[in-house]
Design a protein around this ligand. Sequence first.
Ligand SMILES: Nc1nc2c(ncn2[C@@H]2O[C@H](COP(=O)(O)OP(=O)(O)OP(=O)(O)O)[C@@H](O)[C@H]2O)c(=O)[nH]1
Ligand SMILES: C=C(OP(=O)(O)O)C(=O)O
Length: 239
Amino acid sequence: MRMDSELAPDTEPVPAPALLWSLVVPLKPLALAKSRLAEAADDSLRPRLALAFAQDTVAAALACHAVRDVVVVTDDPTAAAELAAVGARIVADSPGTGLNAALAHGARAVRSTRPSAAVAALNADLPALRTAELARTLAVASVFTRAFLTDATGIGTTLLSARPGSELRPAFGGPSRLAHLASGAVEIASDDVDSVRQDVDTADDLAAALALGVGPYTAQRLAAGAHAVRLGPSLEGQQ
Ligand SMILES: Nc1nc2c(ncn2[C@@H]2O[C@H](COP(=O)(O)OP(=O)(O)OP(=O)(O)O)[C@@H](O)[C@H]2O)c(=O)[nH]1
Ligand SMILES: C=C(OP(=O)(O)O)C(=O)O
């Protein structure tokens, strides 16, 4: 005889399994990266700082329970070796035709082996990235076919996601918040995820990231290169 509990109707809501994300992180050659940081960091320091930002971004992302893997799309041999050491998979920027082509290429590389992967593009310049804030962002992204998070200025984008079965369709560059909205992606509410939004393009961005608290690679690089950094008198205490 079956007990009542065994006859439980199968109409009970079954929680969907949490998505595990593959993150695609684009990084251009270090010698060309972060040109807008020239006012804050000398030519000698800037490429190393760009790498340190990417190292902190990748390390924090890989520590996130919602992240399956991180694919860095880059042609820079130093960045490739250093970011592989942090745990990223490296994919060559074989299109060589700019940021959005690199991101689409990275997403295709992920789905060539796992066609049903959830993929998200994540900027490489998030040195203050907090793992728990990334987890919150991805949890919201999981609900939507495509979603994005705007950057700290509210003009650009730091994360764009695509659930299994939908294309990433990246439209980064300049006012990409509006471009991603126009493409039909849903904007993720930006409360309590400051570290995921704080990309670093300018001296002011770097000061804001320092105020949030940067990761160990960036902290160490700034300490070692303090003579080559200019953040202005009001910010000296933050280094
Ligand atoms: N793989 C790849 N990454 C790119 C390319 N262009 C930009 N990126 C990366 O995309 C992100 C945003 O790029 P940008 O804002 O154009 O460049 P940036 O180096 O961050 O800053 P600026 O030189 O000041 O414009 C950064 O992580 C870049 O390294 C590209 O053509 N290929
Ligand atoms: C490319 C973008 O970022 P950045 O702020 O680095 O230009 C963007 O926001 O679309």
